[in-house]
Design a protein around this ligand. Sequence first.
Ligand code: 13P
Length: 255
Amino acid sequence: MKRRPLIVGNWKLHNTVGEAIALVEGLKRALGDVAGCEVAVCPPFTALYAVRGALCGTAIALGAQDCHWAERGPFTGEVSPGMLRDVGCRFVIVGHSERRQHFGETDAVVNQKLLAALAAGLNPILCVGERARDREAGRTQEVVAAQLEGGLAGVSAARLPEVVVAYEPVWAIGTGTPARPEDAAAVAVGMRQCLRAGWGESSEAVRLLYGGSVSGANVRGFLGQAVIDGALVGGLSLDPVEFARIVEAARSLET
Ligand code: 13P
């Protein structure tokens, strides 16, 4: 099945409102026509509203980096999926390894967030990936399958295509050492098998991204793998020229 390539920039804990707008302006200059490829940026919460304004008239979609599982209530400091929709988001990242590691998010919590995001009409980007010690123990497929099944519990086959899954090996994030494309593809094949076993035919429409030290120089290796449909980019999404190179690679693959 032909799936539309998707390139997502995860800005993490970077950029004030002014810096965020400057980055979007830089992106607009650096990015040519993005037809044939979907592109999204995920600024911090505080910059979402301003970035939405700056993206107006472009084909770049807006995403958030996290959400809460409840729509409202006594959850000081949290932001609901409906609020993200309200501010113009289409995507929301859930289960990023940094949230699992630093904020103790379990598969059960990630699952609640993902279901709430779907209920609010957002496209969740579910992140999964093994730690170095899992990999060394030969447990990659097992860990990733458990995160997938846990994160997607209760999602119907009809709604599954709205979900994007990002495979981000933890040891490859922010290290400058990406996975080898063929290794990432092998994990992605296992992930597709797992999705197919649980959700059948509709899983074919789910886009699977690779993330972890993606650059303009290495992204083609990942996008050249038939099971990988795009990239989730951290550090280099803060550089408009480099991010534009990554998008261009996805576009050139498409044509
Ligand atoms: P880097 O591209 O900086 O390795 O980050 C990847 C990531 O965590 C994207 O969500």
